[in-house]
Design a binder for this molecule. Structure first.
Ligand SMILES: [Mg+2]
Length: 247
């Protein structure tokens, strides 16, 4: 069997691909809600967590609402908290504000780089691959994560939706990144955790490989219509796929 040709370029997603963003969401909610137990209208912390989680899933389930929300995260957090409390019959604007702010802080401090991310990126870059980071979301928040986790110098091109005014899944967003990397889709692989943005759409756009990253080991959702041809549980498993030794 002949090995597949090496890609000229590889595009990476940021949240839940290079960094663990949603991995400790439950812990962040628990820390946020525990000190407020006596203000939750008799509801247990677990009930409120479930309501917030349900509201969050609902909020992020619709593409247009998702786009507006990710470009104004403070408004999105307030809306989710208000909606979560509304599911429980709690209407308390001051509490909503407090919870939105505290949840944000408690989540931020839990965001971490996946252990092997730097090693994998450095190995790929040193081996001559052109690397791009393509992330949706606010300019300030996403650029802040790029700096906090020292990702800037590791890429030939960094593309943030809030800075460029263009995001996944718009075909022009991928085309812009490919142009900056001087590669065609057919020469490029893309790696990310979002089945639509990093698998289905890139497959339609002719990327050589669209690799689904499942860093939290959740498995493919049962209802998923997207069938990734390649999946990764660890970033370092990408290296043998491009013909490099493991690190
Ligand atoms: Mg992601």
């Amino acid at each position: 069997m002949t090995p597949p040709p090496r890609p000229a370029a590889i595009l990476f997603d940021l949240d839940d691909t290079l960094i663990s963003y949603s991995g400790e969401r439950r812990e962040a909610w628990a820390e946020t809600l525990a000190p407020l137990a006596d203000r939750l209208g008799g509801r247990g912390v677990d009930d409120v967590f479930k309501a917030m989680d349900a509201e969050m899933r609902w909020f992020w389930s619709e593409p247009r609402r998702h786009r507006e929300g990710r470009l104004d995260m403070q408004a999105a957090r307030l809306r989710i908290c208000a909606g979560g409390f509304a599911r429980l019959g709690i209407a308390d604007a001051a509490l909503t504000h407090e919870v939105a702010l505290a949840f944000h802080a408690n989540r931020e401090k839990r965001i971490r780089l996946f252990d092997d991310a730097h090693r994998v990126l450095d190995t790929l870059k040193a081996s001559g691959f052109r690397l791009g980071l393509i992330t949706n979301g606010e300019a300030g928040a996403q650029r802040g994560k790029v700096e906090r986790f020292e990702l800037g110098p590791r890429f030939h091109h960094i593309q943030i939706e809030g800075e460029l005014g263009l995001g996944k899944p718009e075909p022009a967003a991928y085309a812009h990144a490919l142009g900056r990397l001087e590669a065609t889709a057919a020469e490029t692989w893309i790696v990310g955790d979002n089945l639509e943005w990093e698998v289905a759409v890139p497959q339609r756009l002719g990327f050589a490989r669209a690799i689904w990253f499942d860093g939290h080991g959740r498995g493919l959702p049962a209802k998923s219509e997207v069938r990734p041809t390649h999946s990764l549980g660890l970033l370092r498993d990408l290296l043998p796929m491009v013909g490099l030794a493991a690190v």
